[in-house]
Write a protein that binds this ligand. Sequence first.
Ligand code: FNR
Length: 182
Amino acid sequence: MSSTIAVLVGSLRKESYNLKVAKVLAQIAPSSLKLKIIEIGDLPFYNEDIDGATPPAAYTRFRNEIAGCQGVLFVTPEYNRSFPAVIKNALDVGSRPYGKSVWAKKPAAVISVSQGAIGGFGANHHLRQPLVFLDMPTLQQPEAYFGNVAHSFDENGHIVEKSEAFLQQFINAYASWFEKVK
Ligand code: FNR
């Protein structure tokens, strides 16, 4: 039976390269994993005042969806040398109510995707900091910094062979590591 992996995409724009990469990963993932993109753009900014007996419907929907997944894959752009606020907000929402975090023990992986040459290194590493606190074991190797992404899709929107091979190596490594730590 396959394991369902939540995919959190850190860009909300329609033509997002991160979203395109997430979709490629979902297509090429080994059959042991089923990648499911989870909506995070509709989550109100985390606020303890609204997170009482009747939390926002989006919080409840999100928490239930993550709880139903066995692992988490973060596909993140780099905003100002860090990861975007939408991902941090999603992490905060999922970490509450206190003692009921949906993240603990879920094996994670991070891939940063950027049009720049550095491949989102800053975002990739900053994101790993909250994952430590949230008790999410995280794939260490191969590190995945996907730079110059605009050159990785052809005029028909298909990923070029070399980039697909890079993504295949990454998702294969996650799948085999996931089997050991799940
Ligand atoms: C960026 N971008 C960017 N790129 C980068 O490599 N390092 C950075 O620090 C930043 N900073 C940054 C801040 C903000 C507010 C924006 C909107 C953009 C460029 C970014 O990587 C590029 O727009 C990507 O294409 C964003 O990912 P999506 O939307 O294509 O998935």
